[in-house]
Design a protein around this ligand. Structure first.
Ligand SMILES: O=P(O)(O)OC[C@H]1O[C@@H](O)[C@H](O)[C@@H](O)[C@@H]1O
Length: 335
């Protein structure tokens, strides 16, 4: 090689001051995906159920409650974090033929999802965020085998978990790939971690109609309090008028949950006896440190088949409702 005395210097291909990027890593035999932001926040998702099992803030503080006895080996739905509820919420009703054979809360939380990839973005202020996408469909190998028989529809789901400095967003898009319509529910069963349930209150439910699942003889009620507190077993399905609810610990807002296209919010705390009866709930007084809020859609969520969607455009316009796709459903958690 000939040496040239005035050889030009190599120009670096990328600037040496590149902005730090989120790091995405896999662990436990590729069964978990963790994303970490340069600012310190992190989220971990188990492919089983696409269950978010950890979300930490920039200081490393865990924001979600996860039972110490939760099964993380794919043998049971995870007790804690954010299990996904689809296509049925609660015990299926024997009166609804389509979902009657499903198990409580459906199969999304007990199926192994596929990791579809990550995308990163940067805000104008330079803050990096990361989106993790997961997929499950009727053709997927990971679909809970019992589900195919119990709910024989062609469908596909894309679930996205976006971590930003100060917030976590979950969104799901459900599509009917079948030639017949189906009804479905979809909820994010979110176990929020709180310091002490006795000083927690929830605002944003004032005036909301709700179904009190613990009062089957008289279930239809209206929330009269602007500050709902939890003082015993609670299991209610709210239809709030506001898209934002705030969870406060004392006077301090600790979670602000914004819903987009999600009609309902379930408020659940098992309290002493129910917690004691659940084998995977530990410690038994863990109910003092958790509040389950499930933003989601309970009630009619009818997805039309592909053919009907095409044929039905005019009809849908006439009905004035977009029932083609369940839509993007999102909860943003962050204080
Ligand atoms: O024990 P699972 O199936 O996870 O359900 C826990 C709770 O989930 C809540 O969302 C329901 O409203 C409760 O009725 C139910 O007990």
């Amino acid at each position: 090689m000939v040496e040239r005395p005035n050889k030009p210097k190599l120009v670096p291909l990328s600037p040496t001051t590149a902005t730090p990027q989120p790091i995405v890593s896999f662990s436990d035999d590729n069964s978990r995906v963790t994303a970490e932001l340069p600012s310190g926040e992190s989220v971990t998702v188990l492919l089983y159920g696409a269950t978010v099992i950890s979300w930490k803030d920039a200081e490393g503080q865990e924001k979600l409650w996860l039972s110490e006895a939760a099964k993380l080996d794919g043998s049971k739905a995870v007790r804690g974090g954010i299990p996904l509820v689809f296509p049925v919420f609660g015990p299926p009703s024997p009166d609804h033929a389509q979902t009657a054979k499903l198990v409580q809360h459906g199969f999304a939380r007990t199926s192994r999802w596929e990791f579809l990839g990550k995308s990163t973005s940067e805000s104008a202020a330079g803050a990096a965020s990361v989106k993790l996408d997961f997929g499950l469909s009727s053709a997927a190998e990971g679909l809970d085998p019992a589900a195919r028989e119990a709910w024989p529809f062609k469908f596909s789901l894309i679930y996205s978990v976006t971590l930003c400095p100060g917030s976590l967003t979950t969104a799901i898009v459900a599509t009917n790939d079948d030639d017949k319509p189906f009804d479905c529910h979809a909820l994010f069963h979110t176990y929020l971690r709180v310091d002490d349930i006795s000083s927690v209150s929830i605002s944003g439910l004032d005036g909301a109609a709700y179904i009190d699942k613990l009062s089957p003889s008289d279930p239809n009620k209206t929330e009269s309090s602007s500050s709902v507190t939890i003082t015993g077993e609670t299991d209610r399905v709210y239809t709030p008028t506001s898209n934002e609810i705030t969870v406060l610990q004392g006077d301090k807002p600790i979670f602000r949950i914004t819903r987009d296209n999600l009609t309902n919010v379930v408020v659940w705390n098992p309290w002493t006896e129910k917690a004691a009866s659940m084998g995977d709930f530990a410690p038994k007084d863990g109910y003092k440190n958790m509040l389950v809020l499930n933003p989601g859609r309970w009630g009619l969520g009818r997805l039309l088949s592909r053919g009907m969607r095409l044929r039905g455009r005019k009809l849908l316009a006439w009905l004035g409702r977009d029932v083609c796709v369940l839509g993007v459903m999102r909860e943003v958690i962050g204080a």
